[in-house]
Design a protein around this ligand. Structure first.
Ligand SMILES: [Mg+2]
Length: 208
């Protein structure tokens, strides 16, 4: 038996297909040398700072698009949407989330935002109705891995960290969650993630 009663899911890369292959496909479509975009996003300190500002809601997606376009030498228009055009819902994880809720487990979303205008990663998913809590970083001026944002989603779920599993595709967000008391799962392959969650939560999470 398990004492876990809550499941906290990241959105991009957990409830969607992985981000890096989508970004690599964008580079190819844009005729950029492989790695141009990922280097600009993850290794350029100024862009890393801008992305963190975007996640906190301190700048808009349009401002981010302008800055990123300048860095990588492409048009700014809806750049974030063009970068992630290949992302699709990760059906196995949506199915698992629904099954967990049917089994009485509370399921929340904890997502570092990339802004919602002009491109909205969350559009069409009806998150507010589908989940027990939805915490999008830009709405709170916070971002993972700050402990305050983990506490916020716990508060909304009405559960202590020790009763919850946290799932993220960004591995560096897991230790801060574990330090608060969460069990953690690093999302890489969806089937593996669902199997790990079934083990931890003690309920079947595949389609009925
Ligand atoms: Mg993610």
């Amino acid at each position: 038996m398990t004492n876990l009663k809550g499941l906290v899911l990241d959105f991009g890369g957990v409830l969607t297909t992985p981000l890096v292959p989508a970004a690599l496909a964008f580079e190819e479509r844009a005729g950029l040398p492989e790695g141009t975009l990922l280097n600009a996003l993850y290794l350029d300190e100024e862009m890393v700072r801008r992305t963190e500002d975007l996640e906190r809601g301190a700048i808009t997606q349009t401002q981010w698009n302008t800055a990123a376009a300048e860095r990588i030498g492409v048009p700014a228009d809806d750049l974030m949407g063009r970068i992630f055009a290949d992302l699709r819902p990760e059906v196995a994880l949506f199915t698992a989330a629904d099954a967990a809720r049917r089994a009485g487990i509370k399921v929340g979303i904890l997502s570092n935002s990339v802004g919602t205008d002009p491109w909205n990663l969350y559009a069409g998913h009806d998150l507010e109705h589908r989940f027990d809590a939805v915490v999008i970083s830009e709405d709170h001026g916070l971002r993972k891995p700050e402990p305050e944002i983990f506490r916020l989603v716990l508060d909304r779920l009405g559960l202590p960290a020790e009763a919850c599993v946290f799932v993220d595709d960004t591995e560096r967000y897991l230790p801060p969650a574990a330090a608060l008391g969460f069990a953690t799962v690093h999302a890489k392959d969806p089937r593996h993630t669902v199997a790990e969650l079934e083990d931890l939560l003690g309920v079947p999470l595949t389609a009925r």
